[in-house]
Write a protein that binds this ligand. Structure first.
Ligand SMILES: [Zn+2]
Length: 266
């Protein structure tokens, strides 16, 4: 890994008035992480007709109980990031839906998760923008699936009777974006405050899945701000655009590896 760029990033963070962080799909718990887990396979194989609807609840349960191998590494990654930026005036935009960043000690007011997470439920038919809490009874039934096949009574929308599903991007075109819009407005205001100030931008594992949320807007911030520095960390898509080459640095690495190495130098 590029030792000079790590030193430079540490220096730029120290010097920065504001720190903008983007966290992308390379950091999220992915399909393989679930499918490689024995518990997940066992539960999913035991499910009957309702499997498709129950699986998201199973995923949530496995995340909540730290039952996936990758969780320790990812949690450490967030701890390392917090060690780097925790004292600063920072804002984090994350495309992850695993919600692990919330558990790592970041200030909730300084995070926005536009792809949602597993915290709240919404109507699958989007008949309302209302969000619902997860019934403890359902969580208990899901937890029991680890030992035996129990009958899970999935919640339904009180307004139209369609299933309630998690308020995240998996809801597809019926995703209720109200779940994050309030935080998004706070983020937009914070972003306006970066104009003409020393801002250090860090992109971690942001690929081309939703480039209009982080990748492109961050390039724009870096381009227009004379005092910006921009670090892009990705295993493959680390290249910088021509326009920001003078203040942008691409680093070819997996975000958790990168932050581990960086953390050793703090
Ligand atoms: Zn409904």
């Amino acid at each position: 890994m590029d030792a000079d760029k790590i030193s430079l990033l540490i220096e730029k963070i120290k010097d920065a008035e504001l720190v903008l962080v983007g966290i992308g799909e390379e950091c999220d718990i992915n399909k393989n992480d679930f499918e490689n887990a024995q518990t997940y396979k066992e539960i999913v194989n035991s499910l009957g007709d309702n499997a498709e609807k129950i699986i998201p609840y199973v995923k949530r349960e496995l995340i909540e109980t730290n039952a996936l191998e990758v969780i320790a590494d990812k949690s450490q990654m967030y701890q390392n990031l917090l060690k780097l930026i925790g004292e600063k005036n920072y804002f984090v935009v994350s495309l992850c839906t695993d919600g692990l960043i919330e558990k790592a000690g970041f200030a909730p007011k300084r995070i926005v998760e536009p792809c949602g997470n597993y915290n709240k439920l919404q109507c699958a038919a989007k008949c309302t923008a209302d969000l619902y809490e997860i019934d403890e009874q359902v969580s208990k039934q899901i937890a029991k699936l680890k030992e035996k096949n129990v009958n899970v009574e999935l919640p339904v929308c009180p307004k139209c009777g369609n299933p309630l599903i998690f308020n995240n991007i998996d809801a597809g075109s019926d995703y209720v974006e109200e779940g994050y819009l309030e935080q998004w407005q706070i983020y937009t205001k914070w972003l306006q405050g970066t104009v003409n100030r020393k801002v250090c931008i860090i992109e971690l594992g942001v690929g081309m899945k939703f480039p209009s949320v982080i990748r492109w807007p961050f390039e724009k911030v870096a381009f227009f701000n004379q005092k910006a520095s921009f670090f892009r960390v990705h295993s493959r898509l680390y290249q910088m655009t021509e326009e920001v080459k003078d203040k942008g640095f691409g680093i070819k690495a997996l975000p958790d590896d990168f932050l581990k190495e960086l953390s050793n130098r703090l």
